[in-house]
Design a protein around this ligand. Structure first.
Ligand code: GLA
Length: 391
């Protein structure tokens, strides 16, 4: 903390310069403001505690790329990236106000945890003991339960690192929260580099054996968050295999080749081309890819997306063995987004780096996708979303 202080002073001095003269941004900077205030909470005796102020952090790099994130859910609310002619657009779906986030939404820009994706029938057995979770995606548990990490207050701490402006967020999940055993201490950070990368780092430790699988859940539309459907985006995924699932998206446990299926993105293909053939209820892509590289100590290339009209490119690099590709099938226009945008089906896509869905109930995946975390171990994940352009 002591070392972060001088950096903070430098950062705010820089941000003052950068924001007074937006056209003259020459170096990394950040700014912070108040995004809103969370409602008060009551304990079991009815004693009220006022809700915390939610700070928003704005990170800027030398190319004019801007990322905004807030202490509620450690959510990324905005990502402004230049296109091939240098014109910037916000490519992340989200809202303008805290009240909109509090109304409920499908994990826009959030971090899913303590266990991202589905746990079949909301239960698992660990060291011989059965644990029951909230069936918030009936009958399964999804993205950490009724009140997952996406709905928690994460204390933010801005830092100027060697690679760029960064915000570190901290959340401690109490023992038994959402039915999970163990007190899980989580830190995560977003760093914006001058290579137009958003570097996401997660670390977690526990005091009892538990389950930990964190995932960043931004919805992207590289033509702009309000630009309509994403069907023309060309996607490549570095995965020759996937984990087929049942109708309710619980994997069967098999790992099958994508070759000859609509799920084959080993070569660049528009997201819309085989979307109908992907099936599902509702129709669209919503599946986990088994990345060829497997779990790695350092982030490696997992996927690349090109939006041909704007020329914007996004690459995903990760340490994780799995990548959930989701085409916003459940979006139905009910979420009124930034600037009045209406987010309809297929208006955004997610590439969520994580361990495979329902891994805790799939002992056969233990060596490929282990979600059990024990005292003394540290859960670590690094995932990078890197933006560039093709002419
Ligand atoms: C994940 C899931 C989807 C859906 C979204 C949130 O991507 O795989 O099925 O639940 O989260 O709506």
């Amino acid at each position: 903390m002591r070392r972060a202080l001088p950096a903070l002073v430098i950062a705010f001095a820089l941000s003052a310069v950068a924001f007074a003269q937006p056209k003259a941004v020459t170096g990394p900077a950040f700014e912070q403001d108040t995004f809103g205030k969370l409602p008060p909470t009551k304990d079991k005796n009815g004693k009220e505690t006022p809700g915390p102020i939610v700070t928003r952090y704005t990170l800027v790099n030398k190319n004019g790329m801007v990322v905004k994130c807030i202490e509620y859910g450690a959510i990324i609310t905005e990502i402004h990236v230049p296109d091939k002619s240098g014109k910037t657009a916000d490519v992340a779906l989200g809202f303008d106000t805290l009240a909109d986030y509090l109304k409920g939404h499908p994990y826009f820009g959030a971090n899913a945890g303590r266990c991202a994706n589905r746990i079949a029938n909301g239960k698992f057995t660990l060291d011989g003991k059965e644990y029951k979770l909230a069936p918030n995606d009936k009958p399964h548990s999804l993205h950490g339960g009724k009140e997952g990490f996406d709905k928690k207050f994460w204390r933010g701490e801005p830092m100027l690192t060697a690679t760029g402006p960064s915000v570190k967020f901290t959340y401690t999940s109490p023992d038994g929260e959402e039915g999970y055993p163990g007190r899980l201490s989580v830190t995560m950070s977003y760093t914006l580099t001058d290579n137009n990368e958003i570097v996401i780092d997660y670390r977690a430790t526990t005091d009892k054996p538990t389950v930990c699988n964190l995932a960043h859940h931004s919805y992207f539309n590289l033509a702009g968050h309000n630009a309509g459907d994403i069907k023309g985006h060309e996607l490549t995924i570095a995965a020759k295999h996937y984990t087929p699932g049942d109708e309710t998206l619980i994997p069967t446990g098999k790992i099958e080749p994508v070759a000859g299926t609509p799920f084959d993105f080993t070569k660049a293909k528009p997201m819309g081309r085989d979307l109908e053939k992907a099936g599902g209820k509702p129709v669209g892509f919503d599946l986990n890819y088994v990345l060829d590289k497997g779990q790695t100590a350092r982030p490696e290339l997992a996927a690349r997306v090109v939006e041909p009209k704007s020329g914007r490119v996004m690459e995903v690099l990760t340490t994780e063995p799995g990548l959930q590709f989701y085409t916003g099938n459940f979006l139905d226009g009910s979420n009124k987004g930034k600037g009045g945008a209406v987010y309809r089906q297929y208006n955004g896509f997610c590439l969520e780096a994580q361990k495979f869905p329902d891994s805790v109930n799939k002992p056969e995946w233990k060596d490929k996708s282990n979600v059990v975390l024990r005292p003394g171990e540290t859960y670590k994940q690094t995932t990078i979303y890197q933006f560039s352009v093709v002419k």
